[in-house]
Design a protein around this ligand. Structure first.
Ligand SMILES: [Zn+2]
Ligand SMILES: [Zn+2]
Length: 104
């Protein structure tokens, strides 16, 4: 095993990493780097594995698991504003908070 040692991080972030050091967003496929379920994200150009999961993956995970209190949608429904889905599959900030809460 030659995994790089994870960087030290504040407890507030480590809380989400759990004992397996996996972000709950690993439960979904990463739409950015195509990492599979429970696979760590990779940077396609270098093959390096970042410690964190991609922002796009966290957004996909939040969309799948949480309601959005900002635009009032249920899980799996994309966030929208003025009747149009948010750009690049992103979600409202409140939705991340909801997803974190349900994962805690
Ligand atoms: Zn990724
Ligand atoms: Zn929303």
């Amino acid at each position: 095993m030659n995994r790089p040692a994870p960087a030290r991080m504040p407890d507030s972030i480590r809380r989400f990493m759990g004992t397996t050091a996996a972000h709950p967003a690993r439960g979904v496929v990463c739409p950015w780097c195509r990492a599979g379920v429970q696979q760590p994200c990779v940077i396609p150009s270098s093959g390096k594995r970042p410690v964190q999961v991609h922002q796009q993956r966290i957004a996909a995970w939040a969309q799948l698991t949480a309601c959005c209190t900002t635009c009032q949608v249920t899980p799996e429904v994309p966030c929208h504003e003025d009747g149009r889905a948010l750009k690049d599959g992103s979600v409202h900030a409140a939705r991340y908070a909801e997803a974190d809460r349900s994962a805690a």
